[in-house]
Design a protein around this ligand. Sequence first.
Ligand SMILES: C[S@@+](CC[C@H](N)C(=O)[O-])C[C@H]1O[C@@H](n2cnc3c(N)ncnc32)[C@H](O)[C@@H]1O
Length: 238
Amino acid sequence: MTPGVVQRFVRLDERLEAVLALLHTGTHADIGSDHAKLPLRLIQTGQARRCIVVELNPGPLALARRNVARAGLAEQIEIRAGDGFAPLNPAEADSASITGMGAGTIAAILRRAAPGILPPTLVLQPNDNPAPIRLWAQESGYHLTDERLIDGYWPYPVLRLLRQPGPDPAYRNLPLAAALRYGPHLLQEAGPLLAARIRADVSRLTPLAAPGRTAQQELDAAQDALKVLNGQTDWAGT
Ligand SMILES: C[S@@+](CC[C@H](N)C(=O)[O-])C[C@H]1O[C@@H](n2cnc3c(N)ncnc32)[C@H](O)[C@@H]1O
């Protein structure tokens, strides 16, 4: 820390607090960091030794530089301009986060990463349905080891992925479409926030559903999810 700088813990909103709680790491990369609050707290709490901030746009890049300099943490937090994982070197980071973006955007950033760049631990917080990220993880050798649903402006999903061989055991004995849409761990936990969301989906989709329509597939997934919440485990062994 720079001498003479008074260290004040940076405040995070609840979704970033949930992301922080899932990280204990060596070198962490925060992709699309904007204000750099997550890396600042990771260093301040000792949950990361070093951070790399990656930002695509000049305004947020300047904000990150300003916040890091004000906190006197420029030695521990390096700021790099660029797109997604492109500014990182192979095996440089032990973990990475991408937060506050659409799930499709996050999945696209992950897909664009060059081979050998992605770290073994990823914590991702999309602002909408995380199905594209869960699908990417299944195809790319990552297992879902933790999921949270945080009450906020929307229900914010937070996912932790770990690089592991073989099929992800989290999906065992669950209807696949429902688990990809609502989350295998969240379905097993059956919390009130998820239950409310699934019931809202059933109400919204019922008048739209008809054979061959996407709404019908989504309604089927929501109804399967409700069965899991109600303890109907017809899928055992599938
Ligand atoms: C909505 S903000 C989220 C900021 C912060 N991660 C959070 O959760 O509060 C998204 C940030 O990601 C940056 N961004 C978007 N696409 C990016 C990319 N491909 N690579 C790096 N940064 C990106 C934007 O410039 C913006 O600052």
